[in-house]
Design a protein around this ligand. Structure first.
Ligand code: PLP
Length: 394
């Protein structure tokens, strides 16, 4: 049997064995963390420990973190806190009334873009898309012109899920704050992969998700600086300081806390190891296969991410042939309503639709080994030759 090689860690990661242990142990502590008796207190103490671990990986204060169902909910919560007409309420901090515009980058994850467009369609607010350069870095000059006294919130991801490009959030925050706007960053792909400190980033809100750092799916967090505008997205009980209703998912939170701890403890050496493997993969591909180009930024890039375009080779074909060899990657196209749309991220970086269609994302993770890279370098060149020999694009 061939080995199985999983190079799709930006989509999701396998659970770390220590996370599985923490998760299953926590599953037996079934008390409701909101209950005052000992069963509840046991579960509440797991949640408190996890909040401390989550705070440690962000350089944040535990009391400024709420647990959510994941990156998508955290992003929705922040953006909808800036919708017009929110009634005052217990846990509500209203945004400045004279500011309604949103600025988001052109390469955000759909959890930001679609939320911003939904708010635009529902409330008629203006959404500006901040452009990026050919490597996916925000054009700071253009951003300066988009942000004004009407801007309520600037939301720009810390690291991109498709190409791995890392933004200069400190500079972005400075531009936004100078204009009096608040700043959110979707750090779902950055947490656990690069050193991170909310104070250094200068942001007001940050979203993270457990399943990108070898934790379980369906659990994430939202960090927010004290006193910033906020409206609960989920209404109901008073869990999470009245900011996120719903019985607290203590086992998943405990598992997330463990995932945060492991990622924080391993961060430096693991990032170096992954960058080494990633660079070997890139060099090996460039050596063996002609007509390739690397997408993203070489200097400011997640250590685990490599996005390459292969001319005259549809990404979907490459993905399926690699899958037949038990290698999992992803492509620069999203299957939307039956048609294959080229990636909005790659198009925003100026790629042609053809090159965007021919892109493959290799995203490495904790389980990736030297042997995995050797295996891909053995299997990919003949696959590419076969696809190109059949291609009408050539
Ligand atoms: N933001 C980014 C950049 C992502 O990559 C993802 C997941 O793919 C999300 C948000 C959504 O996170 P979740 O799956 O936890 O809802």
């Amino acid at each position: 049997m061939n080995q199985r090689v999983y190079l799709d860690n930006n989509a999701t990661t396998p659970l770390d064995p220590a996370v599985i242990s923490a998760f299953s142990e926590a599953l037996t502590l079934f008390g409701n963390p909101s209950s005052m008796h000992s069963f509840g207190r046991e579960a509440a103490s797991l949640v408190a420990d996890a909040r401390n671990e989550a705070a440690a990986i962000l350089g944040a204060t535990p009391g400024e973190i709420i647990f959510t169902s994941g990156g998508t909910e955290s992003n929705n919560t922040v953006l909808s806190s800036f919708a017009p007409g929110i009634p005052a309420g217990d846990s509500v901090i209203l945004p400045p009334p004279d500011r309604s515009e949103l600025v988001v980058s052109a390469i955000e994850h759909p959890a930001i873009l679609e939320t911003a467009f939904a708010l635009r369609d529902r409330y008629g607010i203006t959404v500006h898309l901040a452009p990026v350069d050919t490597t996916g870095r925000i054009d700071l000059e253009a951003l300066t012109h988009l942000v004004s006294e009407k801007t309520a919130l600037v939301s720009i991801m810390l690291a991109n899920n498709e190409i791995g490009t890392i933004q200069d959030l400190a500079a972005i925050s400075a531009i936004a704050h100078k204009a009096g706007a608040f700043v959110h960053t979707d750090a779902v792909q950055a947490v656990g992969k690069i050193p991170l400190d909310v104070a250094a980033l200068g942001v007001d809100y940050l979203s993270a998700s457990a399943h990108k750092i070898h934790g379980p799916k369906g659990i994430g967090l939202l960090w927010m600086r004290r006193g910033v505008p906020f409206a609960p997205f989920m209404h109901g009980g008073h869990q999470e300081y009245g900011r996120r209703a719903g019985t607290v998912n203590a086992p998943a939170i405990a598992a997330f806390g463990t995932a945060c701890r492991i990622s924080r403890e391993q961060l430096g050496p693991e990032a170096a190891r992954l960058a080494g493997l990633r660079d070997r993969l890139r060099a090996g591909i460039e050596e063996r296969i002609s007509d390739t180009s690397v997408n993203g930024n070489r200097e400011f890039c997640l250590p685990n991410t490599l996005n390459m375009s292969f001319r005259a080779a549809e990404g979907e074909s490459t993905l399926l042939y690699l899958d037949l060899e038990n290698i999992a990657v992803s492509t620069g196209s999203a299957c939307a309503s039956g048609s294959l749309e080229p990636s909005h991220v790659l198009l925003a970086c100026g790629l042609t639709a053809e090159l965007a269609h021919g892109s493959i994302r290799f995203s490495l993770g904790r389980t990736t080994t030297d042997e995995d890279i050797d295996y891909v370098l053995e299997k990919l060149p003949p696959i590419m030759a076969r696809i190109r020999s059949m291609s009408t694009l050539r």
